[in-house]
Design a protein around this ligand. Structure first.
Ligand SMILES: [Zn+2]
Ligand SMILES: [Zn+2]
Length: 349
């Protein structure tokens, strides 16, 4: 098999030949047919997540090179372990990558994606920037029905992240307004998913005006410039007292501030993005407005199954994707890093 491996942080992935794994137990080998490129791949490549004020999370604690990144994987089952019951060679499946230890209380509760001993594909184990991937259990394979492969793969991270974040503002009060900050890959997924969860068409805040049209096509009620003067006052006025749900898919100090300061009473801010930065908050405002602050990181296996059921129905508008051959993964990573990407890039081996 061939893979594009991170051997050193901040250095291009290296094309590597190795022997294709032979599955044991419940393991499954999948021939990769598409793998999405995610913003967290950029952070993992750089070797850190910026927290602002010179604080950084060291990605070396997450990824131990050499490692094949890529966690939005679809493909075809090409080999199965002796204990596999349901998966069959030839099955086309999207892979749930957010695997945990499977034994701790968090995993038993169904939150493998939050396990303290994670074994996620494309982070702690080899992922999809390769011709094959070894999946540790058939339970992580999910049917994607009639969806095109380049769409299906995006559900494993950007779609799932959006879905899990949206679920955290539910049940949503009648006539409440929803604010989505950031119309990148994940933000766009959230805009198009909102309707299928019976949430209102969201107000979208996006700095880059070239993304406004995409946001509207995905179902935004309106798009605003978060850097415009008086934006917080305007949003509060427009939403008659503030929003009931704000999803921050950017994760900078200023995006958090926008979400926090436009929340109405008892509203919920869900912090999702990992851009970096810091801000001050006043605990008294949290008390007085009785707001909820929640973090959301990818999503659970159960949520991914729910999401794929919605997706298979074919009612979701397509996410804008551009496909590129896997041989161009290094160039694609750099264009994502430089903010030149609209929607999602999907690599094809
Ligand atoms: Zn991702
Ligand atoms: Zn665990």
């Amino acid at each position: 098999m061939q893979s594009y491996r991170l051997e050193e942080f901040n250095k291009p992935f290296v094309a590597t030949e190795s022997s294709t794994p032979v599955p044991c137990g419940k393991e499954v080998v999948v021939d990769v047919s598409a793998c999405g490129l995610c913003h967290s791949d950029v952070h993992l490549y750089e070797g850190f997540f910026d927290l602002g004020d010179d604080a950084k999370v060291d990605a070396t604690r997450i990824v131990d090179p050499p490692r094949t990144l890529g966690h939005e994987i679809v493909g075809t089952v090409s080999a199965i372990g002796p204990d596999v019951n349901n998966a069959r060679i030839g099955d086309k499946r999207v892979i749930f990558p957010w695997i945990g230890c499977g034994q701790c209380g968090i995993c038993e509760r169904g939150d493998q994606h939050l396990c303290n001993r994670p074994a996620a594909l494309g982070l702690h184990r080899d992922g999809g920037f390769a011709t094959q991937v070894l999946v540790p259990d058939e339970e992580y394979l999910i049917d994607f029905g009639p969806l095109p492969e380049a769409q299906a793969c995006t559900y494993a991270c950007s779609g799932l992240t959006a879905y899990s974040a949206l679920k955290k503002v539910m049940p949503f009060p009648k006539e409440g307004s929803l604010l989505i900050i950031g119309a990148g890959g994940v933000g766009l997924s959230a805009i198009r998913l909102a309707k299928s969860l019976d949430l209102p068409a969201p107000l979208v805040a996006e700095i880059d005006q070239t993304k406004w049209e995409l946001a509207k096509e995905a179902g935004a009620a309106d798009v605003i410039d978060p850097t415009a003067a008086g934006v917080i006052r305007d949003v509060i006025k427009l939403t008659r007292g503030g929003v009931q749900g704000a999803l921050d898919f950017v994760g900078s100090g200023s995006s958090f501030d926008l979400g926090f300061n436009t929340l109405g009473k008892a509203g919920t801010l869900v912090s999702v993005g990992l851009l970096g930065g810091a801000t001050k908050i006043s605990p008294a405002m949290i008390s007085m407005k009785a707001v909820n602050l929640r973090g959301s990181y990818v999503g659970s296996l159960e949520e991914m199954r729910e999401l794929m059921e919605i997706a298979r129905s074919g009612n979701l508008p397509d996410l804008p994707v551009s496909t590129k051959p896997m041989t161009e993964v290094n160039e694609a990573l750099q264009s994502l890093r430089n903010g030149q990407v609209r929607g999602r890039i999907v690599m094809l081996p």
